[in-house]
Write a protein that binds this ligand. Structure first.
Ligand SMILES: C[S@@+](CC[C@H](N)C(=O)[O-])C[C@H]1O[C@@H](n2cnc3c(N)ncnc32)[C@H](O)[C@@H]1O
Length: 254
């Protein structure tokens, strides 16, 4: 149980027989309140309430800002994302590519609904985006994606399609070879682990999730490590992301 006392400026957490009380102005309090906020946001479908330049984007805004920080630093030649849905995330990356005057996007989805395709293909930023329809792990899809990336190009890969552990592991195997040294493959939505037991969840989400896939992948590879990107600017107390993507950032190190 968590008790927030704004008058006293404390957060109390029940632990066993007693409780730990920490000041609101502490990293511990921020972490406890953030975790509760993430769970409450999940239960209220908070991330289903945003759009980017006219297209719905199903992301926590905090994650979008962090990804933007990385994209601006790396300025990759290609941004590859599995899981398009309404296309908001593709439009978000496309706007960054236009502003940076660099980069293009490949978006993959097992089903690109006609109205979503029409909206993406008629968007002001459509020229930056190539859509591929097919399962992200189907050999033909992987072949198509690889054919669109030239040798020596730098790439970042964002996995936001089917979030089962096995599917993410298969995507990691299929696409990690495209990731340049110093860049990332991001296994999104490991929040499943935190919210298991809540509405719209399955009991196996405690282990069957992208965080576990990323951990397994990193454990058997020496070319990737789990390493969230450092904040490029931080004059505050908080040093860890508030994120739907815990343990997601796999950095290519060799
Ligand atoms: C969470 S949504 C993507 C959200 C989007 N990236 C955004 O930020 O707005 C997940 C998408 O993955 C797609 N999907 C599910 N299984 C897939 C698979 N095997 N291959 C490719 N896409 C898949 C679904 O059709 C759905 O559109």
């Amino acid at each position: 149980m968590i008790k927030i006392d704004l008058e006293a400026g404390t957060v109390a957490v029940a632990d066993g027989d007693g409780e730990t009380v920490v000041p609101l102005a502490s990293r511990e309090a921020f972490s406890i309140v953030s975790e509760a906020w993430l769970r409450c946001g999940w239960d209220n479908k908070y991330v289903y309430g945003f759009s980017w330049m006219g297209r719905p984007i199903i992301q926590l805004p905090e994650d979008m800002i962090r990804l933007q920080e990385v994209l601006y630093r790396l300025k990759p030649d290609v941004i590859i994302e599995t899981g398009v849905a309404h296309g908001g995330s593709l439009i978000f990356y496309a706007g960054l590519c236009k502003a940076m005057e660099h980069g293009r996007i490949i978006g993959i989805d097992i089903e690109i609904r006609p109205h979503n395709r029409q909206a993406i293909e008629s968007h002001e930023l459509a020229d930056f985006i190539t859509l591929i329809e097919g399962s992200s792990t189907a050999p033909e899809t992987v072949r198509q994606v690889k054919s669109l990336v030239a040798p020596g190009e730098t790439a970042i890969v964002i996995l936001d399609s089917n979030h089962s552990k096995q599917h993410v592991l298969d995507e990691l195997e299929a696409y990690s070879g495209l990731v340049s040294v110093g860049s990332y493959i991001v296994a999104c939505d490991g929040i499943m682990q935190l919210v298991a037991g809540g509405p719209r969840t399955e009991p196996d989400w405690s282990w069957n999730n992208p965080t576990q896939a990323a951990a397994d992948f990193a454990a058997r590879r020496d070319d990737f490590v789990i390493e969230p990107p450092a904040f490029p600017f931080n004059e505050g107390n908080v040093t860890e992301m508030v994120t739907y993507w815990p343990g997601a950032w796999l950095k290519r190190v060799r």
